[in-house]
Design a protein around this ligand. Structure first.
Ligand SMILES: [Zn+2]
Length: 290
């Protein structure tokens, strides 16, 4: 997807490692937390995501991987992205049954020599426990056992699975079946992405151009009103000097003249201003969303 859409994937684990390695303020904070055996706070993680989003390659979009993992994180993320004017457009649920997930994780075997990865259920080596490529014996990671994986899946069910309803309520959830041939899963996922996001982009550009037209119209009206006000002011400067002079002297006579003239001259600019303010607001909104 990174290749297809030319947008970066942001894995919170990768971001964390990069910030720590670069020795940034956030990296230092994260390292201090990890060294103390604590979890890196959501605040730090969100700060890292925000810093990553500021890089030019994220201008056209981004894929978040491994975050959010619970509702409070999702809410904090939404708030941050709203501030940045880059709200999420789609939450993609890759649906795999617990039974298959368990086999994928517990069946994993890797070659310590060449790094090849196998799965005893889905992509077993030709000879049991021997690497097809280099013949070394395969290792089974200690945390890929049924108990540990079961715990991880339990945490997922309890904390992360509720995100499906969270994004469903926002109308952003789409589901792709994560079982079968990888290329078919990929095709289904990209079909979903394109049906969900492309029309959205079209709608946004329509809104934006309408808002731009309205803003231009308002601007022209404002310029017209300004010119009219200027002309009126010039006329006032040329003509009403006697009236202004007369005002204190012949109050009764001068007052109605001034009163009548004032609303005519003063009224147009604020009207035009209010109009233009109204019109420019959606324009900035639409831009931000894009
Ligand atoms: Zn090997």
């Amino acid at each position: 997807m990174v290749e297809k859409y030319k947008i970066p994937q942001m894995s919170t684990g990768d971001l964390l490692r990069a910030e720590v390695a670069a020795g940034t303020d956030l990296g230092k904070k994260a390292k201090a937390a990890m060294d103390a055996g604590q979890l890196v706070t959501d605040e730090i993680v969100l700060g890292m995501i925000q810093a990553r989003l500021a890089k030019p390659d994220a201008k056209n979009g981004f894929i978040l991987d491994g975050f959010p993992r619970n509702i409070p994180q999702a809410q904090a993320l939404d708030a941050m992205l709203a501030r940045l004017g880059q709200p999420l457009q789609l939450a993609l649920l890759v649906d795999v049954t617990t039974d298959i997930l368990m086999k994928r994780l517990t069946g994993r075997r890797s070659c310590g020599s060449c790094g090849a990865i196998y799965n005893i259920y889905f992509s077993a080596p030709k000879t049991s426990n021997k690497c097809d490529k280099c013949g070394s014996s395969l290792t089974h990671r200690s945390d890929d056992n049924e108990q540990t994986v079961g715990k991880r899946l339990g945490v997922y069910q309890q904390q992360t699975a509720p995100l499906a309803n969270y994004y469903k309520a926002q109308g952003k959830l789409r589901t792709v079946r994560g079982v079968g041939v990888v290329s078919a899963i990929f095709k289904n996922a990209t079909d979903i992405i394109e049906s969900q996001i492309r029309p959205l982009a079209d709608v946004m550009s329509k809104i934006e151009s309408a808002a731009a037209r309205q803003a231009a119209k308002a601007k022209a009206e404002e310029a017209k009103a300004k010119a009219a006000a200027k002309a009126a002011k010039a006329a006032k400067a040329a003509k009403p000097i006697p009236a202004a002079k007369a005002k204190p002297v012949v109050a009764a006579k001068a007052k109605p003249v001034v009163k009548k003239a004032a609303p005519k001259k003063v009224a147009p600019p604020p009207k035009a201003k209010a109009k233009s303010r109204k019109a420019t607001k959606p324009a900035t909104k639409a831009k931000k969303v894009k």
